[in-house]
Design a protein around this ligand. Structure first.
Ligand code: PHE
Length: 359
């Protein structure tokens, strides 16, 4: 093909474009010249057949022709008011070669992860998971659990009372769960009130774990927060023994902290269990030798526990002569802090991604 031909094509183009008055006609024009098998493609295909000295000038001519086509098509498009259609049918240009915007995958909060881990260990042992409300009656939080009105252990919890009335219409609330008309509402200070709820609505045998938030009027510091999480657990049946409690807690501790962990039960007092014990694990930092984390004791407290008090059984309508049971309650933040070596509880609640992304 000679430069003559290119001139011919140029003239052809100039007259053809004059007669184009629709988007359809313009599209056909575009395909004819710029399509995959169009004239420009044919002209370009000839380049390798030319002698070396002609290739450069010819190539430039073809290129000029192509640029001319592009600009007259563009002009016509504007004139006819046709939006530039993209392959996806949209009218705005999209650079399909741009790297995609990476979506940061979310993850569970470390507290949720540890809480799930604890619950899963108990579910494998046959426990079921039950949740209770964070707004609780004074009765379920204290009185039903054998914590009398004047008991000093109420003082530590005494701040977060609500001025609301009891909502008896709440779905799922049975008449038997309703407090006396003048029972107050509060933010629960532990998950133990769910013992009362479950025992009032079900009969033994029971094996239940209760994950959830609790609130206490503690001043915030590295190891205290006015809100934290607990996992409560309890088992009730004929002939449940303290050794059953020891057995399930040992499985828990070994699963979370490793097979070498040691446990000890220290006598303690809770109004809703008798006998009661606090449970320590051997310090995971110094392995029991004594360090600053365990205050040189070699042991770290992880939970409170005991055999459910006969008065609690009476309060829920169980015969204490027929049934026995154990209960325990642990702080999830504390366990997570020990597990991951975190030294400040506030880190869990600051939502700093630099912290959260490590889990
Ligand atoms: N509810 C207690 C607390 O929050 C823990 C506990 C639960 C103790 C069950 C004994 C039995 O401190």
């Amino acid at each position: 093909m000679s430069s003559m031909d290119i001139e011919v094509i140029k003239n052809e183009i100039d007259s053809a474009i004059q007669n184009i008055n629709s988007a359809l006609a313009l599209e056909a024009f575009k395909v004819k010249y710029l399509g995959r098998k169009g004239i420009i493609a044919q002209l370009t295909g000839l380049i390798p057949t030319l002698s070396l000295d002609k290739r450069v000038t010819y190539g430039q001519q073809v290129n000029n022709l192509k640029n001319k086509l592009l600009s007259i098509i563009d002009e016509k498009q504007k004139k006819l008011n046709i939006p530039t259609l993209q392959p996806n049918g949209q009218t705005k240009a999209i650079d399909i070669d741009l790297p995609g915007v990476a979506q940061d995958l979310g993850r569970l909060h470390p507290i949720t992860q540890v809480m799930d881990e604890i619950c899963t260990i108990f579910v494998r042992m046959g426990f079921s998971v039950v949740e209770g409300p964070e707004i609780e009656t004074e009765y379920n939080n204290f009185t039903g659990l054998n914590i009398p009105l004047e008991h000093p252990s109420r003082d530590v919890f005494d701040t977060f009372y609500l001025k609301l009335g009891v909502r008896s219409q709440e779905p799922g609330v049975k008449a038997s769960q309703l407090p006396t008309p003048n029972s107050k509402l509060l933010l629960r200070s532990h998950t133990s009130p769910v013992q009362i709820r479950v025992m009032k609505s079900r009969k033994p045998p029971l094996a239940v774990v209760v994950p959830g938030r609790v609130y206490r009027p503690d001043a915030t510091d590295a190891s205290h927060s006015f809100m934290f999480h607990q996992v409560e657990g309890f088992m009730v049946d004929k002939d449940i023994k303290f050794s059953d409690l020891k057995g399930v807690l040992e499985i828990l501790a070994k699963n979370i902290f490793g097979q070498d962990i040691k446990m000890r039960f220290r006598p303690h007092f809770f109004p809703f269990t008798e006998p009661s014990a606090e449970v320590d694990i051997s310090c995971i930092i110094c392995k029991g030798k004594g360090c600053s984390v365990c205050g040189r004791k070699g042991w770290l407290e992880i939970l409170g526990s005991g055999m459910i008090h006969p008065n609690v059984f009476k309060n829920v309508g169980y015969d204490p002569k027929k049934y026995t049971g154990f209960a325990f309650g642990m702080g999830v933040e504390r366990i997570a802090m020990l597990k991951y070596g975190i030294d400040d509880i506030r880190l869990f609640f600051e939502n700093d991604l630099r912290f959260l992304k490590q889990f």
